[in-house]
Design a protein around this ligand. Sequence first.
Ligand code: SF4
Ligand code: SF4
Length: 302
Amino acid sequence: MLKNERRKNMKIAIASGKGGTGKTTIATNLALSASGRGEKIVLADCDVEEPNCHLFLDPVITSSEPVAVQKPEVIESLCTGCGLCGEVCEYNAIAVIKKKVLIFPELCHSCGACSILCPENAVTETPRNIGILEKGTANGISFIQGLLNIGELMSPAVISAVRKAAGSEGHIIVDAPPGTSCPVIEAVKENDFVILVSEPTPFGLHDLTLAVGMVRQLELPFAVALNRCDIGTDELKNYCISEGIDIIFELPDDRRIAEAYSRGEMIIKTLPEYRNLFESCWNEVIDRVVEKDGIGRRVTEG
Ligand code: SF4
Ligand code: SF4
């Protein structure tokens, strides 16, 4: 892809080792500032257990559709009760007790092994709705979010649906779920860059080290965004220095930001003096993806 085209089509994930670090604040404000400068932006809220980008962007939802996965069903007249389906299921979603097959749909990962391997062709698959996918627009931003139904465990399937719906035109900003488990990996994999949001506290450092391990394992380029950068200690910055990790964004602990957040307001609208911070973070990420080898500021001691 040509450099100029590349500058218009990037996938950038915003992730954090835990919730409450300001991940959504950074995702939504980056999206709004880039969109305000004429960039085509798709905001994909993949925090499907608790999507909250909509609280700040206030999108007009224009379509809603179910997200379904295939779940097994047993045709009792064909089943001999041999137990093979229970043995091959890696997720303990099938048990065969006294030759009777019991299926636990919430545990099923829709891998299809039981239906493929049943010697009697006694397992069929039927779609089961586990969440919904919503699309809309907000301030020129294409907005997509997934919502996992309460009690369902298969959030990666809903996240995958959100990412697919986001397409590949324009910049796609992915608001990932918190943590470092399967749903997060589903949201951050195959992105061009990951911004890891953290706070300079002992807990923040602990969660950041886990998140860094995850993106390194996935071999994704990344940098750190520090929220409330002037609280806590220097421990996290020292960690970044020792690991050669760049901090590309620092948002101070400003009471007005917390107040704007509590009212569901966008920082760059309520406190426009912060707009430049988001713009330069965005520009830096774009440059890093284009140049591959990185051009950002390294954290320096002192
Ligand atoms: S593998 Fe097929 S035949 Fe055997 S217990 Fe399961 S459903 Fe029944
Ligand atoms: S589809 Fe896969 S996960 Fe689901 S019950 Fe069958 S073997 Fe288990």
